[in-house]
Design a protein around this ligand. Structure first.
Ligand SMILES: *Cc1c(COP(=O)(O)O)cnc(C)c1O
Length: 390
């Protein structure tokens, strides 16, 4: 990137970005956040709001109420947190797990690993229960560890690193019956799937602006019982990540404690208005299921192999094996697909070569079929038969 004499930012010529910073071809982000958003949502970010102003306080209130409507939970509050989703996960762990207790984390993907890591770095007692990345978390293995030392359980609803859906209803039942409290990373499911925010076994549900809600990235939020938030006052040993304090301050003043991502909040207000107008959670889930089906079908027709069996697949993102060819080169493949207007996601598996295609955002079954056609074209250009197996 360069600056012109007039001070305008420009990008180098070999980039697909033009001098005024707009992509030359409209790109579809097949990534699970940031994702493809609507023009209306992006335009809603084009207004400057004063964070202290009463209009912005009302906007915050509208957004939090909109999020609570989606959760359809009683006795629960929604607390926003500045930053990407991980900041909200870290805030939830540090606000709700008492120092006398500890966290069992069910790990079957990179986001589970991340939750365990952030809890360990925060100095908590942490026990990791690992499963293969193509197997769901077994609730009983987590429940067996609960007691005075381990009071909480952290799980990932949809492991976005593969697309696997963990069995949240069974986890909530089993953990509750064993006397534990569940911290649910529902980042890539909130808005599409039921996240059980007021289940008696659930302590906190975490999500963010830029995933299934189709807002812009930059704001996380946590759903938790008002009672739990009040009980957690003074517990968190981080100033900025203290959800109990953020909640108390918002209740008292209508304001965020520190500078809010005003433009992101405004875009989320628009995204939520559109979400509810389009038919709410059922409509959003149906749309993603249709995308997911079209994607799986087109990929199978091309000859790609899915990493997950269909019954474990969430309608959010799919992982495919790379064909077994010496010519496989993810970055060349990525660029060939990008040249046709689609942004893919690299695989996150450590042993097998894979790539991921998201099916959430402002995309349709037609987008999915076009993306698979572009992927097929890229394989042709690379001289790779997509049906080849390792
Ligand atoms: C996106 C996501 C997060 C948050 O990741 P950030 O990079 O902080 O946005 C956490 N958990 C899951 C399951 C996710 O999909």
């Amino acid at each position: 990137m360069n600056m012109t004499a007039s001070g305008q930012l420009t990008l180098s010529k070999d980039s697909t970005l033009s001098m005024n910073s707009l992509p030359l071809i409209p790109q579809k982000l097949l990534t699970p956040g940031p994702l493809t958003t609507s023009k209306r949502v992006r335009q809603a970010a084009g207004v400057d709001w004063g964070s202290w102003d009463s209009d912005f306080r009302q906007l915050t209130k509208r957004v939090l109420n909109g999020l609570l409507t989606i959760a359809a939970a009683t006795g629960v509050a929604c607390v926003p947190m500045q930053g990407s989703g991980t900041f909200a996960v870290e805030a939830a762990v540090r606000t709700f797990v008492p120092r006398s207790g500890g966290l069992v984390v069910g790990v079957n993907g990179a986001y589970g690993e991340r939750m365990a890591k952030l809890a360990k770095l925060s100095g908590f007692r942490v026990k990791v229960v690992e499963s293969a990345w193509n197997e769901p978390i077994d609730p009983n293995r987590l429940a067996a560890l609960l007691g005075v030392e381990y009071t909480h359980v952290g799980i990932i609803h949809c492991e976005t690193s593969t697309g696997l859906l963990n069995p949240l209803p069974e986890l909530a039942e089993t953990i509750h019956a064993a006397g534990g409290r569940l911290i649910v990373d529902a980042m890539s499911t909130f808005g599409a799937l039921d996240v059980l925010a007021d289940h008696p076994g659930v302590e906190a549900v975490i999500a963010a602006s830029g995933k299934c809600l189709e807002g812009l990235p930059g704001m996380g939020f946590v759903l938790a019982r008002t009672q739990s938030l009040e009980a957690a006052i003074g517990r968190c040993d981080s100033l900025s990540l203290d959800l109990a304090d953020q909640h108390a301050y918002l209740e008292r003043t209508g304001q965020w404690r520190f500078t809010p991502p005003t433009h992101v909040v405004a875009a989320l207000a628009q995204a939520l208005a559109d979400y509810h107008a389009e038919g709410g959670r059922t409509a959003r889930l149906t749309k993603y299921q249709e995308n997911s089906k079209a994607l799986a079908l087109a990929a199978a027709e091309l000859g790609l192999a899915s990493y997950l069996p269909a019954e474990l697949q969430a309608p959010i993102i799919h992982t495919f094996y790379a064909p077994g060819s010496e010519r496989w080169d993810f970055s060349r493949f990525y660029n060939l697909v990008k040249a046709q207007g689609f942004i893919l996601y690299p695989g996150k598996l450590t042993k097998e070569e894979t790539f991921r295609v998201g099916c959430i955002g402002q995309v349709t079954p037609e987008t999915m079929r076009a993306a698979i056609a572009a992927i097929g074209q890229a394989f042709t250009e690379l001289g790779i038969d997509p049906k080849l197996r390792m």
